[in-house]
Ligand binder design. Sequence first.
Ligand code: MN
Length: 128
Amino acid sequence: MTRILVAEDNAVNRELLRELLELRGYTVLEACDGQEALETIEQTHPELLLLDIGMPVLDGFAVVRKIRENPSLAGLPVVAVTAYAMRGDRERILSSGFDGYLSKPVDPSSLTKELDRLLAKRDTQSVN
Ligand code: MN
């Protein structure tokens, strides 16, 4: 069972993502802020992280920086989920250590595409 951690401080957004992911057969773990996200990763080793940018305690940029500093988490795919839709943000996000990017409200087919792309890559790597 593929486990996905949803780190998002807004309960409604978290629930929407949980429903979309469970419909696709994923097991969903939740964190409500950046610090909790890091702790949950250490404890549960999810296969992928959906990471909100705007969160209390540690924001998404700080979380992805800490993940990329940790060699044991090098293979963890991290997808930014953000309402920031301004020109240039996509580039800033993708140059900050994220593997992908979804804007809110999350489009279900874009979510599926990102998960297929990133989890297929992981499967290929584990075979080799
Ligand atoms: Mn937020």
